[in-house]
Design a protein around this ligand. Sequence first.
Ligand code: MN
Length: 235
Amino acid sequence: MKPMIGVTMDMAEGQKQVVQEAYIDAILHAGGIPLLIPAGVEKDAKQIEEVLDGLVLSGGDDVDPYFFEEEPCIALGKVTPERDAMEIALTRQFLNADKPILGICRGMQLLNIVCGGTIYQDLDTQYENPLLQHKQKAAKSHGSHAVTLAPASVLHRIAGRDVIRVNSFHHQAVRDIASPFFVTGQTSDGVIEAMESTKHRFVVGVQWHPEELSEAGDPISQKLFDLFVKKCSKL
Ligand code: MN
């Protein structure tokens, strides 16, 4: 049996819920079955968790700062309350069940918020130190900045080296990291770019978009999906 992987959908303009095909391709390529999860199913999070083997929290718009007890700052982007509700309910459910979660970009921030952490609502206006460019203008396939990986991390094991280059399309980032996470990747400006749980079998967050790098042929990014899907397989 191939593992069934839920992929959370994004709220696009015009009442559309969408998912970038690169997530689907990366999961298929890793041997999993991707299943799309729309907003509106939060009341049935438990039932959904029971039939799925893993969860990908995909990228998207900003998480409502209400969930980390802040008022919206001036540079906050679009929030999508329906999506927040669905993803928060599912994330809680998967964490409780100790089923694998891969949080990508917004998904990593959401993981941190669900566990009681905070994020920068907007790096440009809230970050304390000079920043690298985290909203790259190059294509998604391009690794624009370096990330230094923590030695004893899933990502370091996959990459087999201390520094990788990744793409960057975010104006928010993890601020106070919540237990049970620890920082597993950072840029030279100190921005947290990856984290993983110390308490779960596989709960990993990355601030970049490995699905796009994988699509462009980056072996490390595909290995991340391969390992995630493997961890989702029934023992
Ligand atoms: Mn970045």
